[in-house]
Every structure is written in structure tokens, then in C-alpha cells.
Design a binder for this molecule. Sequence first.
Ligand code: COA
Ligand code: ZN
Length: 323
Amino acid sequence: MIFIRPITRSPNDPISNVFMSDSVKLIECPRDAWQGLKGQIPADLKTNYLQALISASFKHIDAVSFVSPNAIPQMADSEQVLKELAPPDDVEIIGIVVNEKGAQRAIATEAVRTLGFPYSISPTFLQNNQRQTLEDAIEELEKIEKRADDAGLDTVVYISMAFGNPYGDDWSVDEVVAAVGLLELQEIRMISLADTVGLAPPEKIQQIVSAVMAEYGYLEIGVHLHSRPDEAAAKIGAAFEAGCRRFDSAIGGLGGCPFAQDALVGNIPTEVVIETLRKQGAQLPPLKPLDALLKATSEIGARYKSQPHNNGDATNSLERTNN
Ligand code: COA
Ligand code: ZN
């Protein structure tokens, strides 16, 4: 059953104010960058990398997930990584969960600030990714949100396949807007529109983000895009133009999508987001130079792309330069 609560809209709401300005929120997504790599990245290297992000002043990090270790073996050590990291209070760690068990695990770390739930208007995606129907997903989200509320945590919901559907499921702009409305009724205030397969050209991104902003501009609406490197800047520019002020990305664009047809489709590189938004006059959070992180990212990508041979030393430039 869907539990409907009224929502109070106020022009003085801090979220509304953020989105009337040009100030943007950047969400760094190492979890998305790493989860498709076949080689297991050692927990202490993940911790070092996350620590380097925090040292570079990233304040919002999609760092971990609490899902079945059979589904995503790379993230099985999320508890250990966060225990070693012990993130400071001014850093928001987002943990992805698809069920109540995941929510309980995330809350128990006492390091996760926000639970991230992948929703979708695509039944095929929900089935493949988390074995849920559309109704199951909303029911599971209610349970997760209740757990989050009780523990004083926030919830962000992703709408996967918001920009088109590679499986042939019904898709329309109106359905995307309606899905945002459904989540709003669940009192979700942070919603990120995801193009998991990197399908959408910039014009479509502008169209969909504009349609959502027109109805729900008082919520924190973000984009989680994937792209070929040469199209990334135009996509980010289109989302910003349409009023989006929350951007997911990953340094170096690491992280291809397992469902994408095109092997060149990866995460949007954070460095491209920064450059593009700066040119467009956005107010960006102050970040330190990313050179060491770019180097470490490409080393991780190269080393853990395929199964490890288990015979080399696992040092990374971060361990030498950025502990
Ligand atoms: N954390 C740890 N283990 C979990 C879990 C969680 N949150 N949720 C379920 N499991 C375990 C079950 O206990 C079970 O373990 P067992 O084999 O030792 O008994 C195992 O996972 C399988 O669970 P089951 O209920 O049979 O479902 P399934 O195999 O169909 O998997 C999900 C369903 C939802 C658990 C799985 O598909 C999943 O974790 N998906 C998430 C995928 C993801 O993270 N995608 C990327 C982010 S968008
Ligand atoms: Zn992604």
C-alpha cells in the first residue's frame, strides 16, 4: 500500500533557495565507478581514495552500497571501508540500498548520511536490477524511508531510465514527471534523473529536466548521466540550462555501464562537469586540484578492470602521495 503524506511547500525552504541560485551541488560517485570493475579493489585502497576525495573538499560522495554480495561483489566490503574511513560530519556519504536489509546495514555503519534508492519507470530495469515490480519498489522504498527517518538520515531516489528506455518498455516525458510526483507524495525531496545507459542527447536532457523543473522545481532535482566522453560537456550544459543544480559524476569518467551498447559510455567525468559549469557561470564548491585523484583513478581502472592475477603488489599512487 502506498502511504501518502501531505508535503509542505514553502518559498523559504532552504532547498528552494539553493535552486533559485546558480550554486550547484556536486555528487562524486566512486561507487558507480567501481561497481562494474571485475577485479576486487582492496578495502584499504577504497578507503584511501575516499579519504583523498574528502581531502580535496568533496562534500557529497556516493561511496558505497549495501546490496547482495552476489549481485555486486565489488561492494561487499562497504562496512569495512566506512569503518576505516570514519568520515567527518561535514561530509555526506550516500549508500545505495534496494531493500530494508540494505537500509539496516547502512544505518548500522553510523557513517552513511543518506540512503540512495534506485527507482525506475522501467519495469524491466527494476526486475533486472533488484527483482522488484513497480509496486514492490514503492513498498520497499516506504520501508527504507521509515528506517531512514527513524535514524535521522535523508533519502535520495534515482529514477533510472528517465531519459528513454532501451528495453522497449513504455516511456514518455509525462511518465517521468508523474514518477517524480509519486516520489514527492512519498515525501522524497531529493530526486536524481538517471540515464543509466547514456542514451539521451543534450536536447532530450534539456526537454526532460525542463518538464520536471516546471512542476517540481522546489524539490532538489539532479541528474545522473552517462556519456561518451565527447558528448559529456553538452549533456551537463543542457541539464544546467534547464535548471538542474545537482550533478552526479566520477573523476576520470570511470565506470562503464554494463547495460550500455557502447563500451565508451562511462560516467560523466567530474573534471568535465567542473569546467562546463564554470564556463556557464555556475557557482561551484571550492575543490582542490584533482591531479592526484585523476592519476589514482586511471590506475584503479587499469588494474581492476579485469580479474586480478593475484601476483602483483597492489600499491597505488594514492598510497604514496595522498594518504
Ligand atoms: N545485503 C546483503 N545481502 C542481501 C541483501 C542486502 N541488502 N539483500 C538480499 N541479500 C542476500 C539474501 O540474504 C540472499 O543471501 P543467501 O543467498 O545467502 O541466502 C541473497 O542476497 C539473494 O537474495 P534473494 O532474496 O534470493 O534475491 P536475489 O538473488 O533475486 O537478489 C537483490 C535480489 C535485490 C538482493 C539483488 O538483486 C541486489 O542486491 N540487487 C542490487 C543491484 C545493484 O546494486 N545494482 C547497482 C545499483 S543501481
Ligand atoms: Zn550510473
